[in-house]
Unconditional design. Sequence first.
Length: 129
Amino acid sequence: MEGGERRGLLSPILLLLIWNRPSHGYDLIDRLGELGVAGAEPGHVYRLLRALERDQCLVSSWTASRTGPPRRKYEITAAGLSDLKAAMIRLRDLGDVLRACAALWDEGRRPPSHDAASWQGEAWQGEVR
């Protein structure tokens, strides 16, 4: 996933991860990578976490760490859960659209409005723009 597309999805994904298991920032960054959102900039993630806390979607508390300084642990609030539920409805709808687009691409059939010279049989031979 390219950076621009995923940036707008980070807030609901962070809410989802925290709802699934409250944790601290670096753990959340690792878990983003496990979901396929690798390369999330830590500074951006922490700004989003602070914004979600300001919006009362999250609360945080300092917890002792076994391997270093105390860490801020994030937990979801009732308002955050409400926002997450709404975001998941939108994400499911987006997923349906993306699956339909991928299926159309995978079919590889030529829409009637394209120039027939650009196609060979049923497979697209042109350049993707």
